[in-house]
Design a protein around this ligand. Structure first.
Ligand code: MF3
Ligand code: CO
Length: 250
């Protein structure tokens, strides 16, 4: 069953989302060659603690870290590591904030120093694809409107859309129904109603959409070693249109 959140619940998730967004802004200042993603992970955990929140991913199905840190051909679920970031890397930092029992989820790709034209174009297009999807997160539309808008946009820009990992409903639990794919026909999935809260989190690849998971059971990579980027927001469906609960600009 898809839960529809009350205005009070949406407000609580918005508070979690605003904290998450402010943390991403702090992360962006710290991303540079030489920084490690383990340092970023520790920063995030301390920052959330300071603000009375906890990192929901830590301990989730045995996951050991506050954040996922996915570099270059890592699509998602990379482990934070003590290896320094290198000039030209693309790193996606993804985490879930729990504030007073209500959650928000947002991933952001960052350029480390000077990134290739190729990499920058992938990042820009992936972010645009996220916002194309959000435009369609309206009462009366189907999940498929979001999914299709993202896929059509990505294909026009000659990128593939990852199929093995998708968005989801979110509330007091990280993963709730509905499933939110970023590809496929408009007719798929449930009709969006007032009060539903979902993540939209497209991963776009320069090469094939196929991925594989490493022996560690988490790290997902592109099969061809090509670059992947991801942007994710938590979005509330309302009669006044989509509200981005993890917006960094408001
Ligand atoms: N934040 C992720 C998402 O977008 C979930 C990460 S899996 C975890 O759905 F185990 F690391 F939590
Ligand atoms: Co996430």
């Amino acid at each position: 069953m898809i839960t529809r959140k009350t205005q009070e619940e949406i407000n609580k998730m918005h508070k979690a989302g605003k904290l998450l967004a402010s943390c991403h802004k702090e992360i962006s200042k710290r991303i540079e060659p030489g920084t490690t993603t383990l340092e970023i992970d520790q920063f995030v955990e301390a920052y959330l603690k300071k603000h009375g929140a906890t990192p929901e991913q830590k301990g989730y199905q045995g996951y050991q870290f506050a954040t996922c840190a996915s570099i270059n051909d890592v699509v998602c679920h990379g482990f934070p590591s003590p290896t320094p970031l290198r000039e030209g890397d693309i790193v996606t930092i993804d985490f879930v904030v729990n504030l007073d029992g209500w959650l928000a989820d947002s991933a952001w790709s960052y350029a480390v120093g000077k990134v290739s034209e190729n990499g920058l174009r992938l990042m820009k297009t992936t972010k645009e694809a996220l916002y194309k999807g959000i435009e369609h997160a309206k009462v009366g539309n189907r999940i498929g409107h979001i999914a299709n808008a993202i896929e059509v946009f990505a294909k026009a820009k000659r990128y593939s859309v990852v199929r093995d990992f998708i968005g989801h409903g979110i509330g007091s639990m990280m993963h709730e129904p509905p499933l939110v794919p970023h590809f496929g026909p408009i007719e798929q999935g449930p009709v969006l109603e007032e009060g539903m809260i979902i993540t939209i989190e497209p991963m776009l690849n320069c090469g094939s959409f196929h991925t594989y998971v490493e022996e560690d059971g988490w790290t997902a990579r592109t099969v061809d070693g090509e670059l992947s980027a991801q942007y994710e927001h938590t979005v509330a469906i309302t009669n006044n249109g989509p509200i981005i609960l993890t917006d960094q600009d408001s």
